[in-house]
Design a protein around this ligand. Structure first.
Ligand SMILES: Nc1ncnc2c1ncn2[C@@H]1O[C@H](COP(=O)(O)OP(=O)(O)OP(=O)(O)O)[C@@H](O)[C@H]1O
Ligand SMILES: [Mg+2]
Length: 380
């Protein structure tokens, strides 16, 4: 195991906000950062030392990334796993590796992997034809969520169906080159997530559980600590650690969970990278999920995941009404609010433009202050 010390150069595939926050933490720790991203002036490119402006699978660009960097990671799971394999083939350390990426970018591989690892998931079935669809309706059951197996995010590429006619319509709309996945809809009490991190030596840490409120399938609010029982919280963190061990992952990752009756948890999905629901760690924890990522891929000891204060994180989404955010000055009158904007110029509807975190003495007070702050923000 090689330790990559500060001063070295870290590479990141992808130039979005997760890359930006990773780069900011890495820079603070004294690393250089190179990002590979096709869109110019990307959120990560704005703060990295170098942005290689090319497609994620461009062999020349990948070669240059490998030459310039001591270790490489990625910030979203819809890059071609072949690109990561190509880097590995050049003898470069990429964390998490291509195997983890392959599993987590394919919902069927992922659910099968989780089930085979003995972890609880909702009933599911691959659906590649209308005959499969009818069988799924009979055996897995309704209501269901039908999803594309690859490429979905923020609820894109999925449909909730409650009868066979709806399922057929969803199938015809969503089915393409790949099978779909039919998931039994989970009657969850809450949505939770745990960001965890696993080092090259297999040592792992898990941050406290976040309680996540989604609006239109997009994360809206994250509340930490989650308002759940100690048993449920313990189970959630333990499942998250088991997922990481089963995957043999190196780096920060997130396990999205459903809390169901009896304080049980089911795994919804895995993100093999820092996660929106872990942004609170930047302001509320000793060590953030991004710093943990840096530490893990560099072979450094992982830091403390201790939460210093209860927190509420709220996403700032575009709404298509303008590209200037008004009201930040008023919102910041709340001195325990920390604002993060991602440097994106076009605030199109539902685009993640930034977030803020409010720290409080209790979750309730942080939540009240966060909701009041949100009401002050508007695009124009
Ligand atoms: N089987 C299910 N039962 C109940 N609700 C579900 C199920 N699958 C998905 N959902 C709901 O839809 C949301 C989005 O689903 P999921 O997390 O699978 O998709 P995604 O588009 O990959 O989202 P993300 O932005 O987290 O990557 C979930 O957070 C949950 O609210
Ligand atoms: Mg999700």
């Amino acid at each position: 195991m090689r330790t990559v010390l500060p001063g070295a150069t870290l590479g990141i595939l992808g130039g979005g906000q997760l890359g930006r926050m990773f780069a900011l933490e890495a820079k603070r720790m004294g690393y250089r950062v190179v990002t590979l991203e096709p869109s110019p002036d990307s959120p990560c490119g704005q703060v990295a030392d170098v942005q290689i402006e090319a497609g994620y699978s461009d062999p020349g660009a990948l070669r240059r990334l490998a030459e310039e960097c001591d270790v490489i990671t990625y910030e979203f799971e819809n890059i071609d796993a072949g690109a990561v394999e190509f880097l590995e083939g050049l003898g470069k350390d990429v964390h998490p590796g291509s195997r983890v990426l392959r599993i987590s970018q394919d919902r069927l591989l992922e659910k099968n992997f989780l089930r085979d690892s003995g972890l609880g998931v909702t009933a599911f079935m691959a659906v590649d034809s209308e005959a499969d669809l009818m069988e799924a309706a009979r055996t897995v059951g309704l209501p269901a969520v039908i999803k594309t197996v690859r490429g979905g995010y923020d609820g894109k590429g999925q449909a909730v169906v409650s009868d066979e006619a709806g399922a057929l319509a969803a199938f015809r709309k969503l089915h393409g080159d790949h099978p779909l996945i039919w998931e039994r809809k989970v009657p969850f009490l809450k949505e939770l997530s745990v960001v965890a991190c696993r080092g090259i030596d297999g040592k792992a840490t898990a941050f406290p559980v976040s309680e996540n409120i989604h609006v239109d399938n997009i994360l809206d609010t994250g509340i930490v600590p989650a308002r759940i029982s100690a048993t449920a919280a313990e189970r959630a963190r333990s499942v998250a650690k088991s997922v990481g061990d089963a995957l043999g992952i190196v780096g920060s990752y997130c396990v999205e969970l459903f809390l169901i009756e009896g304080d049980q948890v089911l795994v919804n999905e895995i993100a093999p990278r820092p996660h929106n629901s872990g942004h609170y760690t930047l302001d509320a924890c000793v060590c953030s999920q991004f710093e943990q990522q840096v530490r893990a891929i560099c072979g450094l000891p992982l830091g403390s995941t201790e939460v210093l204060k209860p927190s509420v994180m709220i996403n700032i989404l575009g709404d298509g009404k303008g590209n200037t955010l008004f009201g930040a000055d008023e919102a910041m009158r709340e001195a325990n609010l920390v604002l993060h904007l991602y440097g994106k110029t076009q605030a199109v509807a539902k685009r993640k433009m930034g977030h803020f975190t409010v720290l409080g003495d209790s979750v309730e007070s942080a939540l009240a202050k966060a909701l009041a702050a949100r009401a002050l923000l508007r695009w124009g």
